[in-house]
Every structure is written in C-alpha cells, then in structure tokens.
Design a protein around this ligand. Sequence first.
Ligand code: GAP
Length: 455
Amino acid sequence: MINDLEKVVSLCKRRGFIFPGSEIYGGLANTWDYGPLGVELKNNVRKMWWQKVVQERNDIVGLDSAILMHPKVWEASGHLAGFTDPLVDCLSCKKRFRADHLLEAKGLKPDFEPDNALTDIRCPECDGKLGSVRNFNLMFKTFIGPVEEQTSKVFLRPETAQGIFVNFKNVLESMRKRLPFGIAQTGKSFRNEITPGNFTFRTREFEQMEMEFFVKPGTDEEWFETWKNFMWEWFNNLGVKESSLRFYEHPKEKLSHYSKRTVDLEYNFPWGWGELWGCANRTDFDLKQHAKFSGQELDYRDPETNEVVVPYVIEPALGLDRAVLAFLVDAFEEVEARSGEEDGKHETELVLRLHKSLAPIKVAILPLSKKEPLANLAKEIQADLSKEFMTQYDETQSIGKRYRRQDEIGTPYCVTVDFDSLEDKKVTVRDRDTMAQERIDLAELKNYLKDKFNN
Ligand code: GAP
C-alpha cells in the first residue's frame, strides 16, 4: 500500500491504466480515461462483483436499464427536490466550496439556512469574504429531441438504483421470483459534483455497481447485517488488507431521506478514510413513491399466504472507479531491488500485488531472443494461452527489465522461452510474488496456469 497518491497517478499514466481526459486539448478537469490496462482491471473488478452478487446466487438477477429515464422518476425518488449540495462562492477569488465541508473543517455543525451567508468563515484559499449559501442540484440536465424546452428536459441518472425500482414488477413477473430476492446492475451515473477530486475518487461521471435486495418487512435488519458483512468479505477476499478497511455508521440525523440505517465500508486512501461501498436500508420508500407517482401497484403477494406487502429494500451500492482505485493503492508496493534480477541501476522496484483475478495481464510471454526459431515458438505459445488468458508478448530489452515491467503492472506469471525450450519442450514460469521459477512441460503449461489461477 502506498501513501502518496501522486505515485499511483503517475504509474497509471506511464503504464496505460488511466489517462487524464481530453489531454491533447489541455484536459477537461476531473475527467479520466481508462487505458488498455485500466479497462482490463476495471472489467475484472466488475466481473468479480457480478460473479459473487449474481452468478453464484439463485436469489439475485441482473439488469441493464437506460441512463435516460422518465423525469417523473426523479420527482418520485426525491432527487429533484432534495439531491442538492450547499454551495458557497468566494467573492474575491471566485472559488467554489461545499458550505457543509467548510463548517465541518472548523469543527462546527453543518447547520445553515440557504441564502444566508456563513458567519465567521472566510475563504480557505484567499481569506476573502464568502457569499450566501445556495442549494445546488447535482443532476445533469439535457434535452430529448431538437427543441430545448421544459417538456423535453431529461436528466442523466445520478444513481443506477432507480432503474431497478421501476423494473421491480417486470423482473418479479418475468423471472417468477419470491421474496427475498435481489436485482443487480452496473453502469454509469452522473453527478455535477461541486468539489470533485482525489484522482478517480470523486468525479462527475462514474460507474456504480448496485444491488437492491427486496425482503419481507421485519426481516430487513437481519438482511442488512448479511450485506454489510458481504461488503467487507468481498474486498478482503480480493486481497485488500483488513487494516485498510473500516465501517462507518451514519448518525441518525445525517441519514438520506430514504434511509432507516446506512453503514459505509471505508478504505484508508492516501489522503485518509473515504467511502467505498454504502449499505442502506431504504425501507419501502422507493417502491411506495413509484407506486404513488406512476399509479401502478408495486407490491408483492405471497403465493402461500396470499399476504400482500410492499417489500423493504437493502441496498449495497459500490462505486466501480473507487473500487479500482482502492485495489491499485492497496496493491502498490515499493520493494528493494530484487536479488538476481536487478541490473544494478536502481534501489527500489515497484510490484503491483493485485489479486490474480484482477490483474489486467495474466501471463506474459518472454522469448530470450527476438529471432527465429525461438520467436516462432514463443508466438505459438502466446496464441494458445491467449484463448484462455489475457496475455502480453514482450521481446525487448533484458529479461530482468522485462520481469520488472510485468511486476509494475501486476502480471502474476511470466513464461520465459529460452534456447533449451526448443530441445526439451519446456519453459520457465516465474511467479510475481515469490519470484520462484519452475520448469514446465509445454504440454502441461495451460493446465498448470489454470490451476494457479483457480487456487
Ligand atoms: N443508490 C445509492 C447511492 O447512489 P451513494 O453513496 O451516493 O449511494 C454509491 O453512491 C457509491 O457510488 C459510493 O459509495 C461511491 O463508491 C460511488 N460514488 C458516489 N459518488 C461518486 C462520485 N462522484 N465519483 C465516484 N464514485 C462515486
């Protein structure tokens, strides 16, 4: 784990994980593009979430709902009226701040009335006078069709959850589900954040992985505990150190309008603890609101007792970009130059100790010579392995440098093809973490690697 975020940002740019958005035009502040390795890492994180939340369970199904939804959705959900942050401008330097954050930083309760000025607080940047507090809605607006008028106004969704609630009946009926059951989806959400920052931690366009678990009222508190523990175990099973994780219980007076209880799983990022995954008991708020605004019944009839209930909802909601950032920070390790492999030019090396299932490249194929017949054999090996794994072929520079390049991007195994390989039909497999090297029969190689990734 690293406590200097800049080193992670620099690795991400240098090695093709994450680039600044629109860079050739001078960038667009706080936008980020995932590069060739970043997209693999992000896909792997999403895949591991989907595997545990959907694939391995009989009681949860998937969904992929539209980003643009009927504007009434956001009236019903409370986002139109209440999804706001208190914004304050400095009258001198014109910088913008979250009013609640400024008060909290001074140890004061974030109590204020909109349109009032913050008394006794000056601009943290230039000590200038601050203007009055304005509530700012975080939803991005756009228009459907060519005419920009009130009736064609729509919003980019600020959470994926509402797409699940509006499809509750569709899924219930088409999949013949019984309580308790869940609906999961991943996808982009948009929030016009006042203070984005800390790399990909808070951005205006991000991806969420949310699951709404519908339960019988009265069983909600028990299910809350189950999903809260699930969140911890998921990160821990993917290698995140327990000492970097903690739970944060939201105080009652700070709960969102829909929540009876919220607990966040937090990660100790280089700048301090930050929310990764929120678990909320949303009660029957959303289904009741959508029933009221749409005029449709969104309840559940128990097929055995005939009892009709509006289910309660437990919602574990995770940010994919934040999860990727936490995995990168947690895996980042600077080690002393490793014996026998250094070329004597530097004292420290970087090893990205990503969990094998998350590593963007699973196997690197490294021929000791660029020339035939070795290159031919190495390419044949890559063609075969690439049917099973994400691979990379690297033939340039010394083998020590090539190992280091793979360590930096977290590749768990390197397969070295040497001159003996032509004779004995064996290759050397080198392990990223232990640096142990094993000579493996080519005929056994794929199964050997499959075993390694399954254990
Ligand atoms: N449906 C509930 C919901 O959206 P949230 O706590 O606002 O709850 C869930 O968001 C998760 O989405 C957060 O825990 C965080 O990981 C991620 N997230 C929220 N805002 C974000 C932002 N501006 N940038 C990146 N990730 C964000």
